[in-house]
Design a protein around this ligand. Sequence first.
Ligand SMILES: [Zn+2]
Length: 481
Amino acid sequence: MASEYLDYLFEDVIVTESNAPRFVLDGVEVDIWNGDLSHYHSLSVADYIREGLLRFEKKGIDPFPEIIGKKPEKEMLKNALMSGSNILFKGMKGYGKTTFSKSIAKLLPERILAIKGCKINDDPTRPVCFSCKKAVMEEEKVELTWVGRKWVRILGDPMMTTRQLIGGLSIQKIREGYDIDSPEVFTPGRILKAHRGIAYVDELGAIPSAMQTLLHELLEEKQITTPEGDIIPLRIDTIFISSTNPANYRGTSDIKEPLLDRMEEIFIGPPDTLEEEILIGLRNMRLKEGPVLPDWHLRILARTVRLARMNNGGKVASRIEVEPSCRATIKLFDHVKASAMRAGRDVVLFADYGENYENVKLGLRSRLELDYEDVSKDEVISALVEDAINRTSMEIYSRIPRDDFGEIIEEISSLGVIDIERAEFSDKTYLSSFINNLCSSTLEFNSALEILLEALRRCTGVISKIECGKYEYAGKGAIKD
Ligand SMILES: [Zn+2]
């Protein structure tokens, strides 16, 4: 009895206005062909994305505002999507590959029409699954529903099975008389769940190569071979975005060539500038409220992370094999702020780095690997922080007006031992006006005093540090040549 359906199960079924059943949405018969509803079916994911992109293009708006910087990458991506391509994002973790793929999904309409009850949200005019093909061909009335935009993440896993990726599909079971809707006949896997949306395969290279062959068959030939050997057309419609981290595979690509040939590769590297790195950190940190995190600390912490990356050519960077991503920057911002919060301070101070930079180590240790361990990670991290503080100190130092320099030093020398947390000296005009210049809010005053003293100590030696948070004038004799 079931076998009479088999003929059209192997066919592509396309519904037009002339051969369509009556469609019902929310209990009301609707005309999906004319008027408002006509936009929400029959179009492919690539069509919707193209439309979405052109809408942004016309207004001159960036369609991917979630991504900071990365202008050339965005341009390539837009072009690739316009031409309906699948994308492979290549690069280290933590540089926004997932965020990029999610922002692509936002180009899709918020909702589209689907056949009600369909396991893969079939388009009423281009059904893919067994039971919907049957329904539109056999039924006089077909119920529709709205489905939201889809972004389906598939985590690349060496243990992945066909059932997880593609699902269960069996013509044999129909021949044996199973109902066409029964799970034995058809259970969609992750990739079919992405039908009419975005499929994001995180770590494509980790998917076993036999599964990659199935993926290729599905995406390119729009068909699938069942375990029983039946070739079933499955015109699943998705834009396939995948990511790969070359560092995981030590040079050899684990992505099969036929699959690679179906994707446009875009490299996603670290943020190009310190400013972008800082923005990413600020946007993604957890502790957005609470103590103030002044600009110089943002620069020191983001710099510490960036100096650990090869492309920045830092002294110790050549020893680092796995470099820290933006997640390290995000975490460092959070850690120093958490420390200030615990200490009941309004502003982050050097004390929040920890006596031996423990809070920086906390955020970096698990995120970098050394080539071999003749130096400890902790030593490397301390060296990175020192380098970052030195560079940031130079910036602060260069902002001191030459004409005021003598007066500022003299005022400092008259203060004796300076305790950063308790310092108050509103009458000292040159010093306080320079510090106020550094601050973007009055809460930053003590921290600005601290970075100034640290900058003078590091750049001239005229100031000495007694302990964390306590400084004093070391005398002119201490000035470095
Ligand atoms: Zn269906």
